[in-house]
Design a protein around this ligand. Structure first.
Ligand SMILES: NC(=O)c1ccc[n+]([C@@H]2O[C@H](COP(=O)([O-])OP(=O)(O)OC[C@H]3O[C@@H](n4cnc5c(N)ncnc54)[C@H](O)[C@@H]3O)[C@@H](O)[C@H]2O)c1
Ligand SMILES: [Zn+2]
Ligand SMILES: [Zn+2]
Length: 368
């Protein structure tokens, strides 16, 4: 079938929205009609050419939500008409990692996904016979996509797509960092560095876990106000003195749990230094630039602080994304403030510009 999609042709150039060919789903694959898709930093990072593992031509986008149209042979967990959220982090439920509760890093299709292929090593997207690659196994800047069954979370159909798609990446990452990776205990004091989609999700996750005090740190007063709406009790301007301020606010000890959601290694260091001796846990969610390293004074670790990384918030997508969406439908998570701009597929490059200008938290492409 023919469909419109936003193609990364050359790094550093705007995406080109155009007609491409999409083949039918093969065994284990699913055709999804996309309804909404968030525009994320990872899309821009790849489009800019900064990501050394990027490839082109490719259809970008990975924060999608839509409706199952058709399933390939052997697909049993979703059926036409089901509402789904796309998962760049799949869950096969069979591999060593999927069977272990300690991680969400499914091993089933990583290699081919990293090359822009579906699990059988080929693409379903093409243009005049030339293959066009799948980005992060998703390619959701498009009217339709074909994805592996194991990379789709079936969700409650009552969830509006424009909110559901935000659970495909940043929001679940932040929520999961607090709920899964840190497993914040009730009554705790938390400090969240960064109030973008990930940091605001972490603030909400700390609140859902019953944290008593949630300090949010950012450079932007507008974003800090959004953090208050998600449950932050204390707002703090980021920069040089942030660690000292957090120590002062916590009787000299620091927070029980800290979260980094900026991508800056200097802030990662601050997050560790703001964690309490004895048991303070610093969860790092930001993606640092290539080659950057985290500078840690080992004494901080010997005295009981720990650092944990978190990919997609430790969320096992097919099991947990539907649960998070049910919590949103039960009014436990306020998603509306994150949706700042609704744009058309043709305006995808404007979505990048809005993001670079830090205008709003997320632009969402409305597809059908
Ligand atoms: N681990 C994962 O699976 C995963 C998933 C999605 C995104 N990410 C990464 O998480 C990070 C955050 O993503 P986002 O979408 O929320 O980004 P964002 O750019 O919207 O938010 C980052 C925030 O950090 C703030 N900030 C910058 N410098 C600061 C400082 N010195 N002190 C305090 N705050 C500061 C900015 O003002 C901004 O509000 C990025 O690095 C992104 O690549 C990771
Ligand atoms: Zn993303
Ligand atoms: Zn697996």
């Amino acid at each position: 079938m023919k469909m419109r999609a936003a193609v990364l042709e050359r790094f550093g150039e705007p995406l080109a929205v155009q007609e491409v060919e999409l083949a039918e789903p093969r065994a284990g694959e699913v055709l999804v009609r996309l309804a909404a898709c968030g525009v994320c930093h990872t899309d821009l990072y790849t489009a800019s050419g900064a990501d050394p593992s990027g490839y082109a031509p490719a259809v970008l986008g990975h924060e999608g939500a839509g409706v199952v149209e058709q399933v390939g042979d052997g697909v049993g967990s979703v059926a036409p008409g089901d509402h789904v959220v796309t998962l760049f982090s799949p869950q096969c439920r069979e591999c060593l990692h999927c069977r272990d509760e300690r991680t969400n890093l499914c091993l089933a299709i990583r290699e081919e996904q990293n090359k822009g292929h579906l699990p059988d090593g080929t693409t379903r997207i093409s243009r005049d016979g030339e293959e066009v690659r799948h980005f992060m196994g998703c390619s959701t800047f498009a009217e339709y996509t074909v994805m592996p069954e194991i990379a789709l979370a079936k969700i409650n159909p009552e969830a509006p797509f424009e909110h559901a798609c935000l659970f495909a990446c940043g929001l679940s990452t932040g929520l999961g960092a607090a709920i899964n990776t840190a497993a914040v205990r009730p009554g705790s004091t938390c400090a969240v560095f960064g109030a973008g989609m990930v940091g605001l999700g972490a603030v909400a996750g700390c609140r859902l876990q019953g944290a008593e005090r949630i300090i949010c740190v950012d450079l932007s007063p507008e974003r800090l106000e959004l953090a208050r709406g998600q449950g932050a009790t204390d707002l703090l301007e980021g920069g040089e003195g942030a660690v000292e301020r957090i120590l002062e606010m916590t009787g000299g000890f620091g927070a029980d749990y800290t979260f980094e959601a900026t991508g800056s290694v200097a802030v990662m260091r601050q997050a560790l230094e703001a964690a309490r001796m004895g048991w303070g846990l610093c969860t790092v969610a930001g993606v640092a630039g290539k080659g950057e390293t985290l500078d840690v004074v080992p004494r901080l670790l010997i005295t009981g602080r720990r650092v944990a990384g978190s990919s997609f918030g430790g969320v096992k997508g097919r099991d947990q994304v539907p649960v998070l969406i049910d919590r949103y439908l039960a009014d436990e998570i306020d998603v509306a403030p994150f949706l700042s701009h609704r744009i058309a597929l043709d305006e995808v490059n404007r979505g990048f510009e809005l993001m670079e200008a830090q205008d709003g938290i997320r632009s969402v492409i409305e597809l059908s």
